[in-house]
Write a protein that binds this ligand. Structure first.
Ligand code: NDP
Length: 437
C-alpha cells in the first residue's frame, strides 16, 4: 500500500481480494515462490495523458486521461472507460484490478484493464462530447488494438461516446478494426444484448442465488440503485422474471414507485432525454414520488426482498445494510463495481443475507463484450436469443464455479471467497506458465 499512496479505492479492492487468499497460499506455495501476489497487484503499464478540447463557447478545456493495462496473462487487456469528475488513478486502478479476476471468472480469453477521464459529460452538448472523445482517442489510439487492449463503456461512456471514439480511431489508423472497442452500435459491429448484458447478467446471477435457496424473483420486491445502463436492464430482467422493482436513483435522489417502475418511461427519461429521475416521478404521476438526496434518506430505506446496487463504488454502507436487514432483505447482488463497503458486507454476513460480489455478479457485461469480439473476429452477428442464451450460460457457470471453489477452500456458500479464489487461481496459473515477465 505504501507504494501507492492516496489510492484509497485501490487499497480497498486489493485488501478485499487478499483477505480471501490465505487458504490458496497454503495450498499453493509455488505462487509465493514466483511472487505472484506482488506481481498481480502491480499494473503492467499505466498511461496518464493530457486531453485538451474546445467547448461550445470556444474556450479551451483540459482533462486528464488514464489507461491502466493491469494484467494480460489471459488475453488482451479488457475493461471499460469511465468519464466522471471523480476519476483519478486510485479509481481506475481499483476498477482495473477487479477486472482481472472478473474477466478470468468469465472463462473468456481476456486480461484486465480500465481507463477513463475526469471529464464530466453531464450538461455537455453532443458536439462537446464528440470533441472530447476525439481528443481522448487521439492519444489512446496508440496504446490499444484488438490484440493489445480493448476498451468498452462504463459510467458516463455509452453508445454515443463509443461511437465518437471508434470514429476517431478509424480515422487516425485508417483501419476498420471492429475488435478494438466493444459496446459498438448494432449497425457498425456491435453485438445484440451488449447494452442489456451487465444488468441482465446480474439478475441471472441473483436468480441462481435465489434458486439455491429454493426461491425466485417471482413476486419479490426489488430495489435498484442508479438509473444508468446497468440499473435499467437489471430492473428490466427482474421485471420479466416476475418481480416488482419499486425504486431506482441517480446522484440527485431516488424515486419510489409503488406500482413498479414503468421501464419505457424510465428509458425515455434517462437514455433518450438524459434527464434526472425526478422527471420520471413528475411524468409518472400518482404511484411515484421523488426523494431528494439532501433529505437525508436513501434508496436503501425502501423495503425490499432483493437489493441490486447498480450505481457506483461505496454507495451502500454499514448503516444502509442494517436497514436492509431490518426490512427483511434476503439477497444483495452487486451490479456496480464495489458498491458495498466492507462494513456493509460484514452486516450481510451476520444477518444471513446472501451477498453476490460484483466481480462475479456483474461479469455479464464484459463476457458479452468478449462475445462481441468473437462476432467481430468471425465477421458474424448472432441473434438476440442466441446471445442471451450464451450470457445466461456464462452467468450460471460463474455461479457454479464460485460455489464449488468456496466449498473446496473451506468457506461453503461464501460467494466473495469463491469469486476471489477462482478468479485468482486462473490468473496465477497463467502467470506461472508465462514465467517472470
Ligand atoms: P451509467 O453512467 O450508465 O449510470 C450510472 C448511474 O449511477 C447513474 O444513474 C448515475 O447517476 C449513478 N451514479 C454514478 N455515480 C454516482 C455517484 N457518485 N453518486 C450517486 N449516483 C451515482 O453507468 P453504468 O450503469 O454503466 O455503470 C454503473 C456501475 O456498474 C459502475 O460501478 C460500473 O463500473 C459498473 N459496471 C458497468 C458495466 C457496464 O457494462 N456498463 C459492466 C460492469 C460493471 P448520475 O447520472 O446522477 O450521475
Amino acid at each position: 500500500l505504501a507504494r501507492n499512496p492516496g489510492e484509497t479505492e485501490f487499497h480497498q479492492a486489493t485488501r478485499e481480494l487478499l483477505e480471501s487468499l490465505d487458504p490458496v497460499v497454503r495450498h499453493h506455495p509455488e505462487y509465493a515462490d514466483a511472487a505472484i501476489i506482488r506481481r498481480v497487484c502491480e499494473p503492467e503499464r499505466q498511461i496518464i495523458f493530457r486531453v485538451p478540447w474546445v467547448d461550445d463557447e470556444g474556450r479551451v478545456q483540459l482533462n486528464r486521461g488514464f489507461r491502466v493495462e493491469f494484467n494480460s496473462a489471459l488475453g488482451p487487456y479488457k475493461g471499460g472507460l469511465r468519464f466522471h469528475p471523480t476519476v483519478y488513478l486510485g479509481i481506475i486502478k481499483f476498477l482495473g484490478f477487479e477486472q482481472i479476476f472478473k474477466n478470468a471468472l468469465t472463462g473468456m480469453p481476456i486480461g484486465g484493464g480500465k481507463g477513463g477521464s475526469d471529464f464530466d459529460p453531464k450538461g455537455r452538448s453532443d458536439a462537446e462530447v464528440m470533441r472530447f472523445c476525439q481528443s481522448f482517442m487521439t492519444e489512446l489510439y496508440r496504446h490499444i488494438g484488438e490484440h493489445t487492449d480493448v476498451p468498452a463503456g462504463d459510467i458516463g461512456v455509452g453508445g454515443r461516446e463509443i461511437g465518437y471514439m471508434f470514429g476517431q480511431y478509424k480515422r487516425i489508423t485508417n483501419r476498420y478494426e471492429s475488435g478494438v472497442l466493444t459496446g459498438k452500435g448494432i449497425s457498425w459491429g456491435g453485438s445484440l444484448v451488449r447494452t442489456e448484458a451487465t444488468g441482465y447478467g446480474t439478475v441471472f446471477f441473483a436468480n441462481e442465488v435465489l434458486k439455491s435457496r429454493g426461491s425466485s424473483f417471482d413476486g419479490r420486491t426489488v430495489v435498484v440503485s442508479g438509473s444508468g445502463n446497468v440499473a435499467i436492464y437489471a430492473a428490466e430482467k427482474a421485471t420479466q422474471l416476475g418481480a416488482k422493482v419499486v425504486a431506482c436513483s441517480d446522484s440527485s435522489g431516488y424515486v419510489v414507485d409503488e406500482a413498479g417502475l414503468d421501464l419505457a418511461l424510465l428509458k425515455d427519461v434517462k437514455e433518450n432525454r438524459r434527464e434526472r429521475v425526478s422527471t420520471y416521478a413528475e411524468e409518472r404521476g400518482g404511484s411515484a414520488r421523488f426523494v431528494a438526496v439532501d433529505s437525508g434518506s436513501s434508496v436503501w430505506d425502501v423495503p425490499c426482498d432483493i437489493a441490486l446496487p447498480c450505481a457506483t463504488q461505496n454507495e451502500l454502507d454499514g448503516k444502509h445494510a442494517l436497514t436492509l436487514a431490518r426490512n427483511g432483505c434476503a439477497v444483495v447482488a452487486e451490479g456496480a463495481n464495489m458498491p458495498c463497503t466492507p462494513d456493509a458486507v460484514q452486516v450481510f454476513t451476520g444477518a444471513g443475507i446472501a451477498f453476490a460480489p460484483g466481480k462475479a455478479a456483474n461479469a455479464g457485461g464484459v463476457a458479452t463484450s468478449a462475445l462481441e469480439m468473437q462476432q467481430n473476429a468471425s465477421r458474424n452477428s448472432w441473434s438476440f436469443d442466441h446471445t442471451e442464451d450464451r450470457l445466461h450460460d456464462i452467468m450460471t457457470g460463474i455461479h457454479a464455479r464460485c460455489l464449488e471453489t468456496a466449498d473446496a477452500y473451506g468457506t461453503p456458500g461464501n460467494y466473495v471467497a469463491g469469486a476471489n479464489i477462482a478468479g485468482f487461481i486462473k490468473v496465477a496459473d497463467a502467470m506461472l506458465a508465462l514465467g517472470v515477465i
